[in-house]
Design a protein around this ligand. Sequence first.
Ligand code: DAK
Length: 258
Amino acid sequence: MAYETLLIETADAVTLIRLNRPGALNALNGQLMDELTAALDVAEADPGVRCIVITGSDRAFAAGADIKEMAAKSYAEVYGEDFITRNWERVTRCRKPVIAAVAGYALGGGCELAMMCDFIIAAENAKFGQPEINLAVSPGAGGTQRLTRFVGKSKAMDMVLTARMMDAAEADRCGLVSRVVPLAELIPTALKAAKKIAALSPNAVMLTKEMVGAAYETPLSQGVKLERRLFHSLFAFEDKAEGMAAFIEKRPPSFTGR
Ligand code: DAK
């Protein structure tokens, strides 16, 4: 498929998806979200891809849903076409790990998209915000829920009610991002993390991702029970024997995904 709003490269089992609407600070319009959905479908279906990185430009990860596209939409239209739900949540259904590499603005739907990924690596110039209240709407792609789980009620309320942006240092302090690096090191750092993940046993990676994801959806006792069951299930794969034998034999493991 030819993409008009994305730039995509795959190397070393990692697909790097770059949001690419430079004239609109990567505002997330219907075409971009359709293409992102298609690109994630392709990466998920390709057994040669083990990890995905989503990034934007140095100036903007994404400045939100496309306001110019949304402005003319009526209630009947957004409800009728299942606006947002239809094509915004593919990343939350990825079984393979997805890293957001964020430089510049990650606002509104851009912040929500980053939070849908498994973890966020931020450049020092990153700015996160949910400024929808300025437009007399609210976050609509999970922002009130995921941001609150990441940063707690007080900061989430502050951000969604005042539209205040959080810089990378504050995002690091409050756990919204996993690490902050100089802008020039953002993509190399994200790709290094992705390649490390891609070299591991894919079943262990996907099941471990599922376990951490469950921490957001289940009470502790249920989450721990799920973890135990999935941990046991990892013993069914040949990769478990290989990983442990390689350690004992003091050699690098060779994982097959079986
Ligand atoms: N949409 C469309 N165009 C945008 C845009 C956006 N979100 N953000 C920036 N642009 C465009 C600007 O219009 C400008 O285009 P031209 O005028 O050159 O044609 C170009 O990008 C450069 O922007 P600026 O000239 O404004 O650049 P500055 O450096 O001066 O300012 C800024 C950067 C990021 C502070 C500013 O552009 C800005 O405040 N942008 C809007 C940020 C924002 O409000 N984002 C939240 C969008 S609302 C829903 C689900 C989800 C949502 C809503 C409903 N439902 C389920 C119903 C989500 C909503 C949102 O995300």
